[in-house]
Design a protein around this ligand. Sequence first.
Ligand SMILES: Nc1ncnc2c1ncn2[C@@H]1O[C@H](COP(=O)(O)OP(=O)(O)OP(=O)(O)O)[C@@H](O)[C@H]1O
Length: 210
Amino acid sequence: MQVNLTDLGKRYNYEWIFRKLTYTFESGTSYAILGHNGSGKSTLLTIIAGHNLASEGQLTYTLGGKSIPQDEVYRQLTLTAPYLELVEEFTLLEMLDFHTRFKPLRHSLSNAALIDRMGLQRSKNKFVKDFSSGMKQRLKLGLAIYSNSSLLLLDEPTTNLDQEGVAWYQEHVAQNKEGRLIIVGSNIQHEYSFCDEQLRISDYHVVPRK
Ligand SMILES: Nc1ncnc2c1ncn2[C@@H]1O[C@H](COP(=O)(O)OP(=O)(O)OP(=O)(O)O)[C@@H](O)[C@H]1O
């Protein structure tokens, strides 16, 4: 998977969040999008995911030498972000059944094996609404990391995780990065320490004229 941004810009109303962003993201490489709160990291990730529209510029996707239309790229990607909700009315087992019907798991992993990897064996019949916030985050990450997607987008991936949860995230993301394109939106070092490249969104802020 390759994602090409050419002179990409986004504004909300009259406020430009970033402009003139030209960059190539390549498979087999992990990227960190860095910047302070409100700098535009989530905005860029949602644009790459196709959940949000750029205001100017071009965004193209290529897989195996073939270009993928923007409205089909969702098949190739998984995104996890604090604002994306799980289906709270499902038990863990039901949640996995539902999710994997649309997005099969990597390496034909079974749902039971994913539950083991997430360390959630004792909660398989528990309703998601009764999970702690850290358990919900581990579930979101497990679904994203272990889905069979060539593009993995992680926005603030360790939100609500304790030290053990952070170590779990680091281990599992590192084990599943080969051959994939991973983009992390973060300003916390332990979330993106495995990344090979860094993109500072503030380099693309519009400097107001004096
Ligand atoms: N739907 C929207 N309408 C108007 N402004 C928005 C909208 N979404 C985001 N913004 C603005 O865009 C800017 C960038 O927000 P964004 O959430 O992308 O930043 P971020 O770098 O991810 O921040 P954080 O680190 O706090 O998550 C902020 O000024 C925010 O207020």
